[in-house]
Design a protein around this ligand. Structure first.
Ligand code: AMP
Length: 241
């Protein structure tokens, strides 16, 4: 990750990213975008799915409770997720902001985040979340999810149909064998997409009512989606200065 922070082109001042929320269906590309954006603003990528998977693989108390729920494609109960996120967001590396991927996922989680942000400053300022929804059509989502492979060593994400590694089954960066997430099997994917429609779509309305929802077309090439996100973030944060 680059430590170089972005500066505003008009003022030359460093951009404080503050809290950024990426919304969108599983497979919309939130993780891919979050990994790129973090480098530009020097803030961490906080993926609740990654945090939960890490707990599952370390067989922590939380991991034991979450494992079966995640394998079915359901949501882990709020009390477990909120404690985990609360702990993560007070870490020192979140001082200038963070990129939330996979959180909030329910309106109750979004309300919790609003309360959390009301008592939290970034580089000395209160900043509201910038909420960006990444939109991708259903067929494209299916192809992305069934084809998704991840490098367990460096976290890089590939797709066997759309962005295959140079050597089939192995990471381009470090040569580690790629893995397929257990919940990226077809039956679980359809369950996850249903859960998304039922529980996470209402979140878009929640943020729309607050006038905070911005949408980007996630079917565009990765670099174009990133460019749109950067320009949105910089415009909105400049408006706060
Ligand atoms: P993801 O990597 O974001 O697709 O998340 C994988 C799985 O982790 C989901 O299908 C849920 O079971 C669980 N999960 C991730 N984030 C949350 C959250 N904010 N609330 C509840 N469950 C979550």
């Amino acid at each position: 990750m680059s430590t170089q922070s972005a500066t505003d082109v008009m003022t030359g001042k460093e951009v404080t990213a503050g809290p950024i929320v990426l919304l969108g269906s599983p497979g919309a590309g939130k993780g891919t975008q979050a990994k790129i954006i973090t480098g530009r603003y020097g803030v961490p990528h906080v993926s609740t799915g990654d945090l939960l998977r890490d707990n599952v693989s370390r067989v922590t108390e939380l991991g034991k409770k979450a494992k079966a729920i995640m394998e079915r494609g359901d949501l882990v109960p709020d009390d477990l997720v909120l404690d985990m996120v609360g702990e993560r967001l007070v870490a020192a590396d979140c001082d200038k902001g963070f990129i939330l991927d996979g959180f909030p996922r329910t309106t109750a989680q979004a309300e919790w985040l609003d309360r959390f942000l009301a008592s939290r400053t970034f580089a000395g300022r209160f900043l509201p979340p910038i909420v960006i929804k990444v939109q991708v059509g259903y067929n494209q989502l299916l192809q992305r999810l069934t084809g998704r492979r991840t490098c367990p060593a460096c976290g890089r994400i590939y797709n066997v149909y759309l962005q295959p590694p140079r050597r089939e089954g192995f990471c381009d960066v470090d040569g580690a064998p790629l893995i397929q997430r257990k919940d990226d099997s077809e039956e679980v994917i359809s369950e996850r997409l249903k859960t998304y429609e039922r529980q996470t779509l209402p979140l878009a309305d929640y943020y729309r009512r607050q006038g905070r929802l911005y949408e980007v077309n996630g079917e565009l090439p990765v670099e174009q989606v990133t460019a749109e996100m950067h320009s949105l973030i910089e415009k909105l944060r400049a408006a706060h200065d």
